[in-house]
Design a binder for this molecule. Structure first.
Ligand SMILES: [Zn+2]
Length: 71
């Protein structure tokens, strides 16, 4: 699983937030990863280690990776 997080990535956790949302947006990158709940805007900080354990799906990039260009 990819462990490269970028601001704006949307990630899905295994466990729902009390508000019912599984989806979070990456808002801060550092020693810890800052996540903002998509539904209630609550923010949490998780270490990469904890995030990896809680992650259900790899980060979804907002922009799709560019296909290889043919010359
Ligand atoms: Zn929430």
């Amino acid at each position: 699983m990819l462990e490269i997080y970028e601001i704006g990535d949307m990630i899905t956790l295994k466990k729902a937030h009390p508000c019912g949302s599984y989806q979070w947006t990456v808002v801060r990158i550092g020693a810890e990863i800052g996540l903002e709940c998509l539904t209630c805007k609550h923010r949490i900080l998780l270490s990469r280690h904890d995030l990896r354990k809680k992650l259900k799906r790899a980060p979804e990039k907002r922009s799709e990776p560019r296909a290889q260009q043919e010359e």
